[in-house]
Ligand binder design. Structure first.
Ligand SMILES: Cc1cc2nc3c(=O)[nH]c(=O)nc-3n(C[C@H](O)[C@H](O)[C@H](O)COP(=O)(O)O)c2cc1C
Ligand code: SF4
Ligand code: SF4
Length: 262
């Protein structure tokens, strides 16, 4: 006989896409605790859940570094059904494979793998979607999210997509460099005179990498995850990542309020 525990979804997010997916799946599955993986999350001794989900954005064809560390250190004591959803903007690589590898080390079988294309929030070497472009991507994504949520509800298996050689190569070569470089990548970040000292950037950073100085302006602490949250959520568009980001789009998921991420 199956024991009944609460359902839990762990998510990491910068611009809100992963939380929007978590909310949509959580609503369908019911009785779901949505837990934001950030530096406010204390140590979790062990996890017991009926349905246990993990949702993260793809960064450089891999997993957000702090999310990977989180997944490595958790102890899943009991779970009846485990799923994972990676969301990405165009090229997923073997990001889900990295997750699967961590679960295999724990002897946990992942029942369902999801990959959902969402609007891009990446601005350093490309551009994120505008809110109008994003609306079309979200419309298509919502259909896929609902299909996936139904599978979770029915406790169906959903195998991982087959990762082709170029995807595996990008993950194995580029992702480690990304993971090595991001902490100090904030050295080029700056604020402009549009900053009014509201403090949202300090509150929204998932890793406490921003502290406001005595003039209420952001100072970056060089342990950045490159989630892009400070750039996109600043209400004054006063944060720049380098001199080229001034003309880039600011994107946040339309169904997510900034306060949901504090
Ligand atoms: C640092 C960084 C790296 C990214 N790398 C990739 C990538 O390799 N492939 C891809 O398709 N999208 C990439 N993206 C786009 C995000 O995966 C995508 O927009 C995601 O839906 C953002 O989710 P979030 O709003 O929950 O943070 C990257 C975004 C960031 C911020
Ligand atoms: S969120 Fe923007 S306006 Fe507010 S303190 Fe930070 S940089 Fe300044
Ligand atoms: S400083 Fe900005 S980009 Fe870096 S982790 Fe914090 S919110 Fe994300």
């Amino acid at each position: 006989m199956k024991e009944n525990f609460v359902n839990i979804i762990f998510y990491f997010t910068g611009s809100g896409n992963s939380l929007a997916i978590a909310k949509r799946i959580g609503k369908k599955v019911g009785d779901c605790n949505l837990i934001h993986v950030n530096s406010k999350l204390g140590f979790i001794k062990q996890i017991e859940a009926d349905v246990l989900g993990f949702i993260f954005p793809i960064y450089s064809w891999g997993m957000p570094v702090m999310f990977k560390k989180f997944v490595k250190q958790i102890n899943i004591a009991k779970s009846n059904y485990v799923f994972v959803v990676a969301n990405y903007a165009g090229s997923i690589g073997n990001g889900l494979g990295l997750f699967q590898k961590e679960m295999i080390k724990k002897n946990i079988e992942v029942d369902a793998f999801g990959d959902i294309k969402m609007p891009s929030n990446y601005v350093i070497m490309g551009n994120s979607h505008s809110q109008n472009e994003a609306a079309l991507v979200i419309e298509k994504a919502n259909i896929l999210i609902d299909n996936f949520a139904q599978k979770v509800l029915d406790r169906q298996k959903n195998l991982m997509y087959k990762v082709k050689f170029p995807g595996k190569l990008l993950t194995s070569l580029v992702y480690p460099m990304f993971a090595w470089y991001i902490a100090k990548s904030d050295k080029t970040f700056f604020f402009t005179d549009k900053c009014n000292g509201c403090g949202i950037c300090e509150k929204i950073c998932p890793v406490n990498n921003i502290i406001l100085n005595e003039n209420k302006h952001p100072v970056w602490q060089h342990h950045c995850e490159q989630c892009h949250a400070c750039f996109h959520w600043c209400p004054q568009h006063a944060i720049e990542f380098n001199k080229k980001t001034a003309d880039k789009n600011r994107y946040t998921h339309p169904d997510i309020k900034v306060s949901e991420l504090f």
